[in-house]
Ligand binder design. Sequence first.
Ligand SMILES: [Fe+2]
Length: 217
Amino acid sequence: MFPGVAFRADHPRLSCGFAGTERQHESAAHFRRPPVSHAIDAAGRAPLDIRTDEPQPAHGRRNMTAPASPASGTGLSQSLNQVLADSYAVMALTHLAHWNVEGQGFFALHTAFQVQYEELFTAIDEIAERIRARGHYAIGGLAQLARTAQLEEFAAPLSQEDYVARLVAANQKLLADAAVARDRAGEENDPESQDLMIARITLHQKTLWMLRSFLKS
Ligand SMILES: [Fe+2]
């Protein structure tokens, strides 16, 4: 997800450090997971469609959350860490698009992307601090965030329409994981986290509306 950062399943330094253990094989398999849209197909759901942003139901959804870690929490805290990683990834991709977009829509998109990545930067801090308030640790570091987000990266140059379409897909993935966290917050009776996730969903629904409006011919 981050420019210039490639992740290889067979790279020794990207294994979990338990050489020759079953855990290492699980970790390698994790890195080899197909792109998100394919994983969703394998789980029996419809592929992501950039024209709609219906949040995916929590039940029957494949567990796409961060690797299990007692420190970063389970259940809701794990879901919040997933949204944290997604948000970091979307911020980086939006920043990439801000730098490299070209064409007739340059000024509008360059400015809109800046508004979006700056808002995400603030939101990321809020999500991480909510995780801390719940007594767990926020995940971080580019490799860990990318591994957790599992967002499909893109690189320059792309057409302005392709940048927007890729960001639609990235925002949709984030939105779906935020819906999972929202529902878990309800199940775990944590209205503050639920409120935070509802706010994030509302924001990304608005972002999707704007991005899709640009693509409309
Ligand atoms: Fe800039």
